[in-house]
Ligand binder design. Sequence first.
Ligand code: MG
Length: 170
Amino acid sequence: MVSAKVHELLNAQINKEFYSAYLYLEFSNYFKDKSLDGFANWYMVQAQEERDHAMLFYTYLQNENMTVTLEAIDKPKNDFTDYMSVLTAGLEHERYVTSLINEIYAAAYETKDFRTMQFLDWFVKEQGEEETNAQDLIDKMNLFGADARSLYLLNQELAARVYAAPSLVL
Ligand code: MG
């Protein structure tokens, strides 16, 4: 049995994940505008993954016979001053999402909601990867961003990222 609090947090997470998709679309849009198509591609793939995350929460709620309530999605942050400010906003956002997943997990743990905990296990691991990926981009930009030729190569590297469906299937 899923508690009212866990239900509310799971439902809210649908919106948070769609917001994440929206935020990364904005990042992609920013880099497209700067003619850095590789960075734009990387964040486009990221946005697709976030949409998948939203749908996993949506499907989990429906499978468990819990009501889904869709809310308005906030306008994404877009006050970027330079490339690095986008990348750091990405890391900051992933750390925030990790805190949200942990909050749901803690609420599920409190009520011995083992099914929800098992569902969330995938997201706990995923958030570790998301934070690592966001930090890697910052590290690479620190190393190569100041040099135009290196930035060109980094942009090419990021252009190679392809979308893959999530390994979690409900
Ligand atoms: Mg996500």
